[in-house]
Design a protein around this ligand. Sequence first.
Ligand SMILES: *Cc1c(COP(=O)(O)O)cnc(C)c1O
Length: 393
Amino acid sequence: MKFNPAQAIQNLKQFGEFGGVNPSVTDSSTYTFLQGETMEDTFHGQMEGCFLYSRHWNPSNKYLADALAAMENTESAWVTGSGMAAITCSLLQLCNSGDHIVTSVTTYGGTYAFLKNWLPKFNIEVSFVDITNLEQVKKAMQPNTKVIYTESVTNPLLQVSNIPELAKIAHQANAKLMVDNTFTPMIISPAMLGADFVVYSMTKFINGKNDCVAGAICGSNEFVGQLSDVNDGTAMLLGPVLDSLRSSNILKNLNTLHIRMKQHSKNAQFLAGNFEKSGLKVNYPGLKNNTQHELHKELMNKEFGFGGILALDFTTLKNANRIMQKMQDAGVGYLAVSLGYFKTLFSCSGHSTSSEIPVEVQKKMGLSEGLVRFSVGLDNNIEDTFQKIMNCI
Ligand SMILES: *Cc1c(COP(=O)(O)O)cnc(C)c1O
């Protein structure tokens, strides 16, 4: 039996102090102490049910973090005000000046920009590799490599990372494997496959409502302790705290994630299969002919499907723009960046979410200028959506 992340969340008993079926929302930035000694202990990291200040920990964020740790089967988790905060704080916690990171060249645009433009300012060296080429990954490792960074299913080309093999390469070199699992919560459980840290943009599928920006880091107690250390914890000192009202909303949405992921996957699988039959250039790991299909199948928790993201190549930007505008007018969904929403969202990756990546690099990594990424919604009648899309092409 594979690990079941949905069951792990369902098994939690999280309720409010007055018996409310949802935990109460923390409405405080600071907390009283009955004894002076307790405050001192809390400062030294022994919190044991005590809260100090909401940038450090607060009850609402703790409930959400506990649920995420259950979902990933990690010892602990930490929530942040954005996915970028989760990624940047984790990497900055692990790397000092003079260290080195090996990363997939196909990552979220913001992540790429941070690795390419921001980290070198602090003398942290980054090598960009084709993450599906394990020999290339091995060759890129250096004595000062601290982290291999990748996405479970990369944005926007939907390449699948071989997490167990990447973990082996990292661990042999005394480095850590960090995986961004934003595209495939529940579908892939990176920590169960050997990843040391799992990061998320909860803005996407986990929250699923596109009403806020949020992130998470799942890992060991030791790592979360380091991140939140009052003296030198990156998350504590850079301070990207998630607001507790938002975090209590995300916790409620997390409890329906398994149903949503199944429906996103079912709809995307239907569209991808029919696009393929219609002769369109479609990229979806759920298709048998897809180069990533077998690996994805091997890594996934099967009942959740192959995810809600697919890409169609309309060859030219002009063509892509024309079709996207028509689809929006026809009510297929919205021409918007982001993903994991209950409505279908589509955007032209090279000119939006991956525009941080230089055009030559885009070409080299196989990102066509007419590539349109779809985040398939929860449509009840996906046959009808398919017809609407075909009428626009
Ligand atoms: C959106 C996204 C991010 C960044 O998250 P924010 O919540 O926007 O800061 C990181 N990784 C992936 C794969 C994303 O899709």
